[in-house]
Design a protein around this ligand. Structure first.
Ligand SMILES: Cc1cc2nc3c(=O)[nH]c(=O)nc-3n(C[C@H](O)[C@H](O)[C@H](O)COP(=O)(O)OP(=O)(O)OC[C@H]3O[C@@H](n4cnc5c(N)ncnc54)[C@H](O)[C@@H]3O)c2cc1C
Ligand code: SF4
Length: 338
């Protein structure tokens, strides 16, 4: 048993102060990832700062026509929020494809952003893992790497970010609002998660003493031509092998704007500006989508067990973009289960 302190933050300022007091502290929200990591000795915080009662549980429309989602809004409450369902259905769909109903009832928006990789060696403290123990090596590169990355990898780490929600947020070009001892700041979603490089221990650009307060969605939600397509080993309660969030703006059959991001293939939701730009002005058909997929996967590299992800990603992109073009999105469920 490793002892740790428990402290409940009474206000945002209190949470920031409790963290500044003890650099080995961790915030806890729903606890669905952090508690597992503590049980497996992967995380050993000296102090748990419970932020679950802070007033960060609101979804509010912004003056610019967007939506501000508090960091403590539960995944289920985002997915079934009427404005999200109507204006950002790609986000609803992504959230409802993740985890299970019970987990979505507990998991918070901020915790979803900051959940750790599911690389099995990260969870096994007997194995070398640069993310868990920098400099120890990466067991996945020569090991069982079926779930690992094919894009943006480094010699130090080939882990993927496991979130579904984040893939949709990448396409929506959300912003992440944070606070900390040096004040408030806003991070563009594309800059929030990092590639592993030679510092795989850092998943994001959030400083260790900073707290996520909200996620802001811009006005544009791609509510007509969108999809979130998740390919996995079974149809529920499984992380993505490959997923694609896609949003199109069409002028008849011609693409005015295309945005898409891949999950399950990299250390962060993967977008490719060149492939998106190449689709602008093209007819919305499979040939154009296949060309865009080829651009995205030009530099993809498998590590043995995960080689199949390269062709799977190509097919998933073509199917997701075709579904978005037809306006036949993948909807997981329309019914809220109590
Ligand atoms: C069996 C299982 C299956 C799952 N399947 C999926 C899936 O298919 N798709 C998917 O996307 N997810 C899946 N998840 C992950 C789940 O979505 C995350 O565990 C959840 O979103 C984490 O939210 P939480 O509030 O419980 O975070 P916590 O466990 O409380 O925290 C996670 C991390 O975030 C930090 N943190 C939390 N809130 C803040 C904040 N506001 N500011 C700063 N730091 C913060 C904590 O310190 C911790 O490091 C699965 C989880 C489990 C256990
Ligand atoms: S891929 Fe990353 S998380 Fe997995 S063992 Fe290697 S360093 Fe660790």
């Amino acid at each position: 048993m490793i002892n740790f302190e428990y402290a409940r933050a009474g206000s945002l300022a209190d949470a920031v102060r409790l963290m500044a007091d003890n650099p080995k502290a961790k915030f806890i929200a729903g606890g669905t990832n952090l508690v597992d990591l503590m049980k497996m000795d992967v995380e050993q915080p000296a102090r748990l700062i419970d932020i679950s009662r802070l007033p960060l549980d609101k979804v509010e429309e912004t003056s610019g026509g967007g939506l501000r989602i508090g960091a403590l809004v539960r995944n289920v409450d985002i997915a079934y929020h009427p404005v999200v369902e109507r204006r950002y259905p790609m986000l609803s769909s992504a959230l409802l494809s993740g985890a299970s109903q019970q987990l979505r009832n507990m998991a918070s928006a901020g915790g979803n952003l900051l959940q750790r990789t599911r690389c099995p060696y990260f969870y096994d403290i007997a194995m070398a893992c640069n993310k868990r123990h920098p400099g120890s090596g990466c067991s996945a590169i020569e090991g069982l790497n079926r779930m690992n990355a094919i894009l943006g990898t480094s010699d130090a780490c080939i882990a993927v970010h496991p979130s579904d929600m984040c893939v949709a947020l990448a396409v929506l070009e959300a912003k992440v609002h944070v606070t900390g001892p040096r004040g408030d700041r806003t991070i563009a979603f594309a800059d929030f998660h990092r590639l592993p490089g030679d510092m795989p221990q850092h998943d994001t650009t959030l400083e260790a003493d900073e707290l996520v307060t909200a996620i802001e969605l811009p006005a544009r939600g791609f509510a007509t031509n969108y999809t979130y397509l998740k390919i996995r080993d079974r149809l529920s309660y499984a992380f993505a092998l490959v997923s694609v969030a896609a949003g199109l703006e069409l002028d008849g059959g011609t693409i005015r704007e295309a945005r898409f991001a891949l999950g399950g293939v990299a250390h962060k939701p993967w977008r490719n500006a060149q492939a998106e730009a190449a689709l602008r002005g093209q007819s919305a058909n499979e040939a154009a989508f296949a060309q865009a997929a080829d651009l995205v996967l030009r530099d993809a590299k498998g590590f043995g067990h995960n080689d199949f992800k390269i062709s799977l990603a190509r097919r998933t992109m073509v199917r997701a973009l075709s579904q978005a073009a037809r306006g036949t999105p993948q909807v997981q469920s329309n019914k809220k289960i109590a």
